[in-house]
Design a protein. Structure first.
Length: 430
């Protein structure tokens, strides 16, 4: 089992890859050649450029999951206030959960604390107006200092954070703070672990919850593999640049005599060159090295496409049979369905804590899309056309057309979809 320290080291690397920061921005992730002098290495670091493969992958999966709004309902009138502003920063539950999913997809772990204001107001009306209701905090896994699990649920958690102290006309300084939370109390501690503040909540559960799509909260995700391959591509592109800069231009060779030294040559469009014996010639370096590097970069990019289940690459492989292509899309849709079910359960857990804070009966339901129907539309149209030639009945043909509508028009509402379905059904009478 991976230690928390090792996991945080990986998370920091993933964060740099996602934001193009750290060694991806200053060249720190470039490997120095064994015989490369520091001055040349530093020059190569200054001109290196990073192509971000991780952020588009995360954005693509977020787009799939949150393209359709999750259906939430509750008979408690206070829940709509939380749905509209769940973090006291004006973010709706949809926006907030999408950011938690981003952490869970990136690092393999998303963390949310469900907190409650201390001052509730004198009446329910005042409580509503001041939004003195439970709220969510999205916590980066990098702030996780220590924890203990009990049957997959946090028994206690310690979070670490940095706080900047500024005074007029003085240099600012950064200090660390620690927050200990368990099933009965909160504690804020200073950098020496001395208690600054402490109060009880008596929820009976630790109000910090983990969103993880694996069996272990430190299991990680495919994003670490993508980040590592991105680093190799980052190096390969820099090495390719070095080859192109050092070998692209041909070298002039000249058979020097006693009357003409190469140091005296001035060759340009305004000069002529006198020579004796053998004429001058150019030596052009072989382009094999550059070709090998470009081929290697393409292979590494292809690996990223495969492990990230990028559908844009599914139908571009000539050696993929129809069955293989279908399997890849089914695998992607299955993965999305797993994420959706995990998010449903996670929201139920969060709102169970919300109702505990309020001291009222649990009343919340949540449902994400059941089928994301990510597929290759052109391939499905070809299949439908081929099967039609076999003389399939009108009922099959219309059902297939409805399937293509679902595949092509993902953003239409149910009313528009039913209208299209009705028009398709009338084709039976033609």
């Amino acid at each position: 089992m991976m230690s928390l320290s090792d996991a945080k080291s990986k998370w920091a690397f993933i964060k740099n890859a996602y934001f193009g920061a750290g060694g991806f921005s200053d060249g720190g992730y470039l490997d120095q050649f064994s015989r490369e002098v520091d001055s040349k290495y530093n020059s190569r670091k200054n001109i290196a450029y990073y192509t971000n493969y991780l952020k588009p992958t995360v954005d693509r999966f977020k787009g799939y999951i949150f393209k359709k709004t999750a259906m939430r309902s509750s008979g408690n009138e206070l829940m709509q206030i939380i749905f509209d502003d769940c973090d006291k920063n004006g973010n709706s539950i949809d926006i907030f959960i999408s950011k938690v999913f981003e952490n869970a997809f990136l690092y393999g772990l998303g963390l949310v604390m469900v907190d409650m204001p201390k001052e509730l107001g004198a009446s329910l009306k005042e409580q509503k107006e001041s939004r003195a209701l439970p709220y969510f905090k999205n916590i980066s896994p990098l702030n996780l200092y220590d924890y203990e699990l009990d049957n997959g649920v946090f028994k206690w958690v310690i979070l670490e954070s940095s706080k900047e102290i500024k005074e007029p006309f003085k240099d600012s300084k950064t200090i660390k703070e620690y927050h200990y939370i368990d099933s009965t109390k909160f504690e804020k501690r200073d950098e020496n672990f001395g208690i600054i503040e402490s109060y009880e909540h008596n929820l009976g559960i630790t109000p910090i919850f983990a969103l993880s799509f694996g069996s272990d909260i430190l299991a990680g995700s495919i994003c670490y593999d993508i980040a590592r391959i991105s680093r190799r591509i980052y190096n390969a592109r820099s090495e390719l640049d070095e080859i192109l800069r050092g070998q692209t231009f041909s070298i002039l060779t000249y058979n020097a005599t006693q009357n003409a030294s190469p140091n005296e040559l001035k060759v340009s469009t305004d000069n002529c060159l006198l020579y004796h014996d053998k004429p001058p010639a150019f030596i052009s370096p072989s382009g094999d090295s550059a070709t090998i590097y470009m081929s290697q970069i393409e292979k590494l990019e292809s690996i990223i496409e495969q492990i990230s289940l990028d559908p844009a690459s599914f139908s571009t492989r000539a050696n993929d049979s129809g069955a293989a292509l279908k399997f890849k899309f089914e695998n992607l849709n299955s993965q999305l369905n797993t994420f959706a079910r995990g998010l449903e359960n996670f929201e139920r857990v969060l709102f169970e804590c919300v109702f505990r804070w309020l001291g009222v009966e649990y009343d919340f339901s949540c449902a994400y899309a059941k089928d994301y129907q990510i597929d290759d539309l052109s391939s499905q149209i070809e299949i439908a056309s081929a099967l039609k030639e076999l003389g399939m009945p009108i009922s099959w043909e219309n059902a297939k057309k409805k399937e293509l509508v679902n595949l092509d028009l993902l953003n239409i509402d149910d009313e528009q979809k039913n209208e299209i379905y009705s028009e398709i059904d009338t084709l039976k009478n033609i």
